[in-house]
Design a protein around this ligand. Structure first.
Ligand code: SAM
Length: 273
């Protein structure tokens, strides 16, 4: 962990407890403790308007776990760049990946400085895991960061994760930003995306609007728009589907999804050449 800016100053100057952040509001939705009144107020407000929002956050975490387990296991990936990683919670990427392969390396990146302060404590004794503060919209900065160049060998297969993150990339930046991350990957690598989706249900665009108005960015995309972000990568089965339907541990009836289960979709794709 190379960034020592926050070593001695608490709270870090970037932290404004009166303004909600994405990471802390998401933590509040998940029932975590790393959030403040403003974050809880926003989470409560959004839950009043969006049925099943909490459940959708939980589903997103569950598919993250299943996806990383697939990547570290069946796909044999041992290097992970987790973009927009969020505040540490239960079953973080490195815990899931390293349970399958103890040598798996994970680099976490998030724009919220609180992720760094909390991640540091969690990762202090884990040499194969690192965390730094960065803006995913600046791929050249992220990919050139010393933690990334030290920990991830892009000449070998790796996984880049934009889990619960794509919908914070505006229409102006999403294509070139995601393309830059696809570009750096070697054949045999994977891209893992989950996103707020737009399949025509009013709650989806309503959630995007609430997010944009309170957290600056928030964009619901159609399944085709999400698929486009995989470029010419080959989607692994079952493709881009509602998160609860992406390789569930127990069979799920696609016709009986709850409102919360219809807010997000997930997909993982392989770079073949
Ligand atoms: N990936 C985790 C998961 O799926 O459980 C966390 C998802 S959370 C909904 C989205 C995370 O993306 C937040 O922690 C937020 O701070 C981060 N984020 C949003 N925009 C970002 C950006 N431009 N650069 C880096 N991180 C960003």
């Amino acid at each position: 962990m190379s960034d020592d800016r926050y070593e001695t100053v608490w709270p870090p100057p970037e932290l404004d407890f009166n303004k909600p952040t994405i990471a802390r509001a998401y933590d509040a939705l998940l029932g975590g403790k790393d959030n403040f009144a403003a974050d809880r107020a926003l989470a409560d407000y959004a839950c009043q308007h969006i049925p099943g929002l909490k459940e959708s956050a939980v589903e997103n975490r569950k598919v993250l776990v299943r996806g990383v387990r697939f990547l570290a296991g069946e796909a044999g990936i041992d290097q992970f760049l987790d973009l927009g990683s969020g505040l540490p919670t239960v079953q973080n990427t490195h815990e899931v990946a390293q349970a399958v392969n103890p040598d798996a390396r994970v680099v976490y990146v998030d724009i919220d400085p609180m992720v760094l302060t909390h991640g540091r404590a969690l990762l202090a004794k884990n040499p194969n895991t690192s965390v730094f503060t960065g803006d995913v919209r600046e791929p050249e900065v992220i990919l050139g960061h010393p933690d990334v160049t030290r920990m991830i060998d892009f000449d070998r297969p790796a996984a880049i994760m934009l889990v619960g993150m794509l919908h914070y990339l505006s229409p102006e930046v999403v294509d070139p930003v995601v393309a830059a991350y696809r570009e750096v990957l070697a054949p045999g690598s994977y891209l893992f995306i989950t996103s707020l989706v737009d399949t025509g249900l009013p709650a989806q665009q309503e959630l995007a609007r609430i997010t944009r108005e309170n957290l600056e960015e928030g964009w619901a995309r159609t399944p085709a728009e999400i698929e486009r972000q995989f470029g010419d990568f080959e989607l692994v089965e079952p493709g881009v589907v509602y998160t609860a339907l992406w390789r569930p541990d127990e069979p799920v009836d696609p016709d009986s999804l709850t409102p919360g289960e219809q807010l997000g979709m997930a997909g993982i794709a392989l770079k073949k050449s």
